[in-house]
Design a protein around this ligand. Sequence first.
Ligand code: ZN
Length: 161
Amino acid sequence: MSYTLPEFFAHAIALENEAAERYLELADMMEAHRNDEVSTLFRDMVRFSQMHRDEIKARVGAIQLPELRSWQYRWRSSPEAGGEEAFDYTLDAHTALRYARANEVRAMEYYQRVAKESTDKEVVRLALEFASEEEGHVAALDKWLERTKRPSATWASDPGT
Ligand code: ZN
């Protein structure tokens, strides 16, 4: 769909809010697992999402934003989560990172699609800018995935205390 600038801002703010909420949950979960490194990463992602949202809000200024009726962008629930909206607290770091990455890819693809389908030049410009930010998040998570053990490896190296 082609977005007007106010529509685009409303969606981008909702997307960043959603990301901040999910990263906060993931950060809490990793803390419960005593995985401080990954917890810190997720808390950084919370901050980045909030900062990005605030930057967007600053650009909005006095523009009246529409209410979203067809907001489609929600993080998909993790494959391990039994119900809606809740993560399984046994989620390991590797799975959590893969899950976050999948959602960052969706956010990137979302902005790319908006850039392709919108006719408003400013929307296209911003959507491309935001898409490349999301691409950066995907790359950052890839780096973390490279150095995070898969669950089986974690169990294998567990001294059995
Ligand atoms: Zn992102």
